[in-house]
Each structure stands twice: as structure tokens, then as C-alpha cells.
Design a protein around this ligand. Structure first.
Ligand code: S3P
Length: 447
């Protein structure tokens, strides 16, 4: 089980200028999908730059439990020997995804179109998160399940013996829901159609195409996407080079923007248009971010980002931008706490169902450190300019809350403490060493 039995409080105080060149670890979304599609492909998928963090390692274990071979070689490359579409085996034990929402929801999609029974569970955060959003469309395709009330984990799913292709309109902006239906569509005869009114990260579509699936996407004049996937393709093993995660790059980018004198370059960051809302917002706030060396790998754009300190000002962040920066609002709130004037963030309802209720956790953390903010049902207003600090932040098993508030400490008058830094290992195990290498400091706190 990947849950953490012991919490590790950590503090960060005022930092001198941050300087240097860094590379953050591989993209979490692409890492999960590389292992999953590798498990369904024929042949050996070879992955470089895989994110070696707990969430992704739980997906690696899950793919092994479902019969695929997943190994890391001495050369640092990960190799997945797949079973072919429809070839997953029934696991003998419970599959525990720890903290990983993407891991569990997408794997439910993989299992849905095969007649195998699988029991899923997770840590104290994951068992609180809604699974109904994935179970509803999968039930239409013929899946049976027994779950805790509200569709919570632990749950046991039996995939469909004769899965039915559906047309499913995703009711909330969620790449996980879209992806679960598409992955279920792989093992389903006929065409599975997903209608996506609001564009979310499209790694599943891009990677399915890369592995040889027949997938067509039409976008109408209102931006509504219709994705049609032909079932039962033969997926072919691929060589995948995972780009750096923009959601992890967000931390050194904001830190360099707010700590006076900083000059940091973050190399090889994934610049997929569905992932760069934070960069757009920081530029509107007056950030000094130079996008250099734009290039492409495996159908995705990458760039190096040179970030120098700048005086930021508050802005209004439109609701339409939320899907392209949904994981970045906690760290944006830190930038907003430093920026002059008011920052208003809109369209935040999905933040409430992340690893924690992130909207509530961010507002509480800011208030604990003397930053003036107002939390609405789906919005947050931060009045920035001065960060007294001195508070302790409840992280609620949420890695991004922990990292964001440690960075708030870099610009606070008194140090900021987070109650548990252990969860950072779920997505960005090298966070502390990387930030320390740039000149930041952290202090262990007695429990
Ligand atoms: C992810 C989708 C997003 C995001 C999560 C990763 C993915 O979740 O918050 O960190 O890889 O598909 P939702 O689909 O719930 O918005």
C-alpha cells in the first residue's frame, strides 16, 4: 500500500535569489498512459523519462497485476511487454492505487471491456474521491460493480463480456472521464464516441493515434469535440520519450517569478496547448518568461522557459481557462498573494474534487499565513502584496498544496510550515533537492 503512515512537517523561510538551469521530472499524465497503452500493445514499448513517482509506480504495479511485464533496465529505460487489446488477465489481489486518481480511473476504463473482476482501492484521499463520473459511462457499456455508497473506493468491477459502444457526452471538463471511456472503447467492437464540450488535455487521443488506433476528432464551431474510436485495434509497441511535466515546472516557474533577483531556466517543458494556462496567466500578470528553443517530440511541443523575477499584478482569470491549468491554481494563488492588487480566479468547481478540496485548502492556507482572500463556491479572490507567513498549512494528503505553500514561504516575512511534505513523492520526488539546488532552503520541523 502506498499510503503514508507518518507525516513529515516541513518549513520554508525567506529565500535569496534562485538561479540555475533545471529539468523537472516527466509528465505524470503521459507517464500513466505510456504504461497503460504499452500494456495493451503487442511488442515491447520502451519509455525514457518516465516519471518515477509513487502515482506512476502504482500504475506500473497495476499493469503487472493485470499481466503485463513492466521493468526498468540498467540503462534507465522502462520496458513494457504488452498483452494485446483484450489480453489483460484477472489479478489475484486487490489493486491499490495509493493517491493516484488518474491511475485508478483510467485503469477502470482498461478493465471495462474485458470479462475480468478487479478490486480497486486507494489511500485516505483517493477513497474520498468521486468514481461515479467514470462508473456511469462504463455501466452504459455493460460494466457491473459494487462500490461504497456514492461510488467511492474500495470497489469491485466486472468488465463487460459483450461491451457495447456508446456515445457519451462528458458532463464535466475531465480528461480522466474522457480517457476512461476511450480506453474502454478499445476493447469494444464498433465505434465508441465521446463528445467533449470543453477541451481538456488530449494526451489519450494523441497517444492512441501514436499506438496505431483509428481515432477521428471533429471540432465544431463552438469548440465541441467529437472523438470517434474504432474498437479492437491492434496497438503496436512504441518508443516514448516523456517530456517534462508543466504541472511540476509550475513550481520553479512561480518561485523564480516571485523571489527577487531570480533567473531560472526550466528545460524541455511540455507545451501542449491544453496544459499551459498558467504560463498565459503569469504573462498577463507581468511575469518575465522567455520561451526559447521550441521543438517537437512524439507529436508534442516542448520548450525551455527562462524565468526572471518580475513585479506581478493581479488579474482576472477567465473560467474558460480552468481546464488548461486545473492543477496549477494552488501555485497561482501563491503568485497572486505576492502580486499587487486583486486576482480573481473563476470556474474552479473541479478543484473541489482533486486530491483534496483544493479550493478550501488553498483559502485556508492563505488565511493561516495572513493573506487576505475570499473563497466562493467556484471562485477565489486573493488580495496580494504582502505575505506575513508564520502559519501552518493543512495539506490534506495533497502534494500540490504542500509544494505551493513551501514556495509561499520563500517570500513570507516569517516561515511557512506545511503539516506533511511526504505526499510530494506522489508526483515530484525531487522537488526539495531541485529547489535547494536553485538556492532555496527547507527546515525539518518536529512532529
Ligand atoms: C489528469 C486529468 C485532470 C488532472 C489530473 C491528471 C489526466 O483530472 O487534474 O491531475 O492525466 O487525465 P480531471 O480529469 O479530473 O480534471
Amino acid at each position: 500500500m502506498a499510503s503514508h503512515s507518518k507525516s513529515r512537517p516541513l518549513a520554508a523561510g525567506k529565500s535569496g535569489a534562485l538561479t540555475g538551469r533545471v529539468r523537472v521530472p516527466g509528465d505524470k499524465s503521459i507517464s500513466h498512459r505510456s504504461l497503460m497503452l504499452g500494456a495493451l500493445a503487442l511488442g515491447e514499448t520502451v519509455i525514457s523519462g518516465l516519471l518515477e513517482a509513487e502515482d506512476v509506480m502504482n500504475t506500473a504495479s497495476a499493469m503487472r497485476a493485470l499481466g503485463a511485464s513492466v521493468v526498468k533496465g540498467d540503462d534507465g529505460l522502462w520496458r513494457v511487454k504488452g498483452l494485446g487489446v483484450g489480453g489483460l488477465l484477472e489479478p489475484t489481489g486487490v489493486i491499490d492505487f495509493g493517491n493516484a486518481g488518474t491511475g485508478v480511473r483510467l485503469t477502470m476504463g482498461l478493465v471495462a471491456s474485458q470479462p475480468i473482476a478487479v478490486t480497486f482501492t486507494g489511500d485516505a484521499s483517493l477513497v474520498k474521491r468521486p468514481m461515479g463520473r467514470v462508473l456511469d459511462p462504463l455501466a452504459e457499456m455493460g460494466v457491473e460493480f459494487i462500490a461504497r455508497s456514492g461510488g467511492r473506493l474500495p470497489l469491485t468491477m466486472r468488465g463487460a463480456r459483450t461491451p457495447l459502444p456508446v456515445t457519451y457526452r462528458v458532463p464535466m471538463p475531465s480528461a480522466q472521464v474522457k480517457s476512461a471511456v476511450l480506453l474502454a472503447g478499445l476493447g469494444t467492437p464498433g465505434v465508441t464516441t465521446v463528445v467533449e464540450p470543453i477541451f481538456t488535455r488530449d494526451h489519450t487521443e494523441r497517444m492512441l493515434k501514436g499506438f496505431g488506433a483509428h481515432i477521428e476528432i471533429d471540432t465544431d464551431k463552438d469548440g465541441v469535440r467529437t472523438i470517434r474510436l474504432e474498437g479492437r485495434p491492434e496497438l503496436k509497441a512504441q518508443a516514448i520519450d516523456v517530456p517534462s511535466d508543466p504541472s511540476s515546472a509550475a513550481f520553479p516557474i512561480v518561485a523564480a517569478s516571485i523571489v527577487p533577483g531570480s533567473d531560472v531556466t526550466v528545460e524541455g517543458v511540455l507545451m501542449n496547448p491544453a496544459r499551459i494556462g498558467l504560463i498565459e496567466t503569469l504573462l498577463e500578470m507581468g511575469a518575465n518568461i522567455e520561451i526559447v528553443g521550441e521543438r517537437e517530440t512524439g507529436g508534442e511541443k516542448l520548450a525551455d522557459l527562462r524565468v526572471r523575477h518580475a513585479e506581478l499584478k493581479g488579474v482576472n482569470v477567465p473560467a474558460e481557462r480552468a481546464p488548461s491549468m486545473i492543477d496549477e491554481y494552488p501555485i497561482l494563488a501563491v503568485a497572486a498573494a505576492v502580486a499587487a492588487g486583486e486576482t480573481r480566479m473563476n470556474g474552479l468547481e473541479e478543484m473541489r474534487v482533486k486530491e483534496s478540496d483544493r479550493l478550501a485548502a488553498v483559502a485556508a492556507g492563505l488565511k493561516a499565513n495572513g493573506v487576505d482572500c475570499t473563497e466562493g463556491k467556484d471562485w477565489l479572490t486573493v488580495r496580494g502584496g504582502f505575505v506575513p507567513g508564520g502559519g501552518t498549512v493543512a495539506t490534506h494528503l495533497d502534494h500540490r498544496i504542500a509544494m505551493s505553500f513551501l514556495i509561499l514561504g520563500f517570500v513570507a516575512n516569517s516561515a511557512v510550515t506545511v503539516d506533511d511534505a511526504a505526499m510530494i513523492a506522489t508526483s515530484f520526488p525531487t522537488f526539495e533537492s531541485l529547489m535547494t539546488g536553485l538556492g532555496a532552503g527547507f527546515t525539518e520541523v518536529e512532529d
